[in-house]
Design a protein around this ligand. Structure first.
Ligand SMILES: Cc1ncc(COP(=O)(O)O)c(C=O)c1O
Length: 432
């Protein structure tokens, strides 16, 4: 067995037959913190954040901002790292916004997203003076107008458009088509801009689009930038306003298996920046602030999930102590992963098996086919690229408590989210 280096964290290594991450022995971590356990490799995480910042600073001549998309994974410690690395934060709920505040993220660098924001969420975002609320619908705009009527300083808004671009990704994570549930159809954009310009509590900052996630081909991202700039130029001609900011969202893909290409953040920055410059020159528009919102490509590779092998069923099935409750992606969109036996990582992968999760659902299959050494109950399975859209989408299905999250680096392990307890799970449960 060998670790495909672009799939595992930068610090992953096999020593004495055991998988180490962040200088920590995963076998020891599993005993210390229990399983299932999620690890976050600090070096890989910070490295991706720095790569984004440096790449855009080098590639884009105008002001550029990198906002980590918290939906991929969010907790206070992670948001603190976001601040330390000089990134902004995108949030999608009042509680994510609270985490941003707890972590000390400057509110000017927070954007609130969501296609169905509640009044309470909008009120909190306005009261805490977030940098921008990214408006998705005309209805939201009307509510936001009412909520901001009293403001002395208007609230900045970006209008999210549906750019009518179909991303080449799984249908569940494609968001840019005209029929998608996200964004203002281009047909109503002028109406939306006119309303913002006529609403005293709002300030129009610019346009936003996000066509989908797990994108490898960047031509659709380029097309998105072109639509953003072309629409901005049209709005300038019609309304006499120039956008301060344009954002093509996030979405850069990551490899989950050895056959997929590595994430190339510098190339992404170069392609997006060049597209923005070319389009702005063509439309005679000054370079706007360019904001990108990566989630997966910042946190996915830093994450490793550890599971205990509970048992076997015949030749084919390995059963583990986690699954769709902590990682819904294989069940939701047939996501594939790489894995090793963390306690026997030096042994040859001589067996093809399927790894079944512990949840009572036939679709709870974490790995449909994976080569491993012949595994036995008690062995430790490590799954790579497990940082994004796993714990953040976790559930308590079957009333199973959710796993702990440990930050690892330089041989040190820090618990940043404790394991959920039975008491936590039952805290909302009422007797008749
Ligand atoms: C508006 C918006 N921005 C950014 C992201 C982050 O995407 P990714 O994690 O693929 O980079 C998403 C994810 O769905 C999103 O909806």
């Amino acid at each position: 067995m060998s670790l495909a280096p672009h799939v595992w964290p930068e610090t992953a290594a096999v020593t004495g037959g055991r998988l180490f991450v962040g200088g920590c022995d995963t076998v020891v971590l599993a005993e210390q913190f229990g399983t299932p356990l999620y690890l976050l490799d600090e070096a890989t995480l910070r490295g991706a954040m720095r790569a984004y910042r440096q790449a855009f600073a080098a590639a884009y001549p105008g002001p550029a901002r990198v906002h980590y998309a918290g939906k991929a994974l969010l907790n206070t410690a992670l948001a603190q790292i976001v601040v330390q690395e000089g990134l902004g934060l995108d949030v999608v709920s009042a509680t994510e916004l609270l985490v941003a505040r707890r972590a000390g993220v400057p509110m000017a660098h927070v954007h609130l997203h969501g296609n169905a924001k509640s009044d309470a969420e909008l009120e909190r975002a306005v009261a805490w003076q977030v940098g921008a609320i990214v408006v998705d619908t005309l209805d939201e705009l009307a509510r936001l107008g009412a909520l901001t009527a009293h403001l002395a300083e208007p609230q900045g808004v970006l209008l999210r458009i549906a750019p009518e671009i179909e991303a080449d990704t799984h249908v569940h994570i494609a968001t840019g088509g005209a029929a998608a549930k996200f964004g203002l159809p281009l047909a109503v954009l002028d109406m939306a801009v006119a309303r913002v310009l006529n609403t005293s509590g709002l300030r129009w900052l610019g346009l936003h689009a996000h066509i989908g996630s797990q994108l490898f081909a960047l031509d659709q991202v380029v097309a998105t930038v072109e639509v953003l700039v072309a629409q901005a130029a049209r709005l300038r001609d019609r309304f006499g306003v120039t956008p301060v900011e344009l954002s093509p969202g996030g979405g850069l893909g990551v490899p989950y298996t050895a056959d997929q290409p590595p994430t190339d953040i510098p190339r992404y920055a170069e392609v997006v920046s060049a597209a923005m410059q070319v389009a702005c020159t063509r439309h005679n528009l000054p370079l706007p602030r360019l904001t990108v919102e990566p989630g997966r490509s910042i946190v996915a590779r830093a994450g490793v999930a550890l599971y205990r092998v509970v048992g076997r069923k015949g030749q084919r099935w390995l059963h583990i102590d986690g699954g769709m409750g902590d990682n819904i992606r294989p069940a939701l969109y047939s996501a594939r992963y790489s894995a090793v036996l963390a306690n026997r990582a030096g042994e040859p992968d001589s067996e093809l098996v399927a790894v079944g999760g512990r949840y009572c659902e036939a679709g709870d299959v974490l790995l449909r086919e994976i080569a491993l050494p012949p595994a036995q109950p008690g062995d430790l399975l490590a799954v790579a690229t497990a940082g994004a859209y796993t714990l953040s989408m976790a559930s308590t299905y079957n009333l199973v408590p959710r796993p702990a999250l440990v930050l690892v680096g330089d041989g040190r392990a820090r618990l940043i989210q404790r394991r959920e307890t039975e008491e936590d799970v039952l805290a909302r449960d009422m007797r008749l």
